[in-house]
Design a protein around this ligand. Structure first.
Ligand code: ZN
Length: 241
């Protein structure tokens, strides 16, 4: 059995479709999503309509909360705030209602899933350093916690002597200690690799596989400009930063 986990779609339909095709080719099912369906990209409704019925579990991200008008935008940079307002004004009622129904965290096939951090899912803290991860490991019980939010895929492993960070694409589960794994972003990668990121979970042997998928970046960028959204959001997709 192979499961798929996606996160941070951010209204990028071209990236989402490429990832869904890759998931179908891998015969992975069911699929979970860790939130940030919207914000930054030009196709929030198209992405939600496409993916809603395909998900076994879906969680809320901070950009979803912002688009619902429930997050003060003071913590957002101006481009993020601009798209949050644009998304709020463009969201279909059915998609809005669906986002309103989503939880912040879930336990799914024995894994803890959360958009930002397991310690405080609605504080939107980032888990960026070994120090951050050391604190977070004490706040959940499962062997593996899967997160998004930073858009940078990577793995924190808690071993006997402390926490280690690495960015290997293949991550054994349950053998070398507990894990916090960031699966990166479908729709706005920020690790210098413009390809869409997501993860597969294989059961034999148990392992997480970071996947990268090429998609039509030029089309997604053009859609952002055509929607009148900030130019920087169109440009950053090209270099994945
Ligand atoms: Zn995000």
């Amino acid at each position: 059995m192979t499961l798929a986990i996606i996160s941070d779609i951010h209204g990028n339909l071209e990236a989402l479709d490429a990832v869904l095709a890759d998931i179908a080719a891998a015969k992975a099912s069911p699929i979970a999503c860790l939130g940030d369906f919207v914000g930054y990209g030009a196709s929030p409704n198209e992405c939600l309509t496409r993916v809603r019925s395909m998900l076994d579990v879906a969680l809320l991200g901070n950009h979803d909360v912002a688009a619902l008008g429930r997050l003060r935008l003071g913590g957002f940079n101006s481009d993020a705030a601009t798209t949050a307002r644009w998304t709020r004004d463009h969201l279909d009622p059915a998609n809005r209602e669906w986002l309103e129904s989503l939880p912040m965290t879930a336990v799914w096939h024995g894994m803890r899933l959360v958009h930002a951090s397991p310690s405080d899912p609605d504080e939107w803290n980032y888990v960026l350093s070994v120090h951050d991860a050391e604190f977070e490991f004490d706040t959940f019980e499962e062997a593996l916690c899967v997160i998004g939010h930073s858009h940078v895929p990577g793995n924190f492993v808690r071993e006997k002597n402390g926490v280690r960070y690495h960015r290997d694409a293949a991550v054994p589960i349950g053998r070398n200690g507990r894990l916090i794994v960031n699966i990166g972003s479908v729709g706005q990668p920020r690790d210098g690799d413009p390809r869409a990121a997501y993860a597969l979970i294989h059961d034999d042997p148990p392992r997480l596989e970071h996947r990268r998928v090429e998609y039509d970046v030029a089309k997604a960028s053009a859609a952002i400009l055509a929607a009148g959204l900030p130019q920087f959001l169109a440009e950053r997709l090209r270099w994945g930063e």
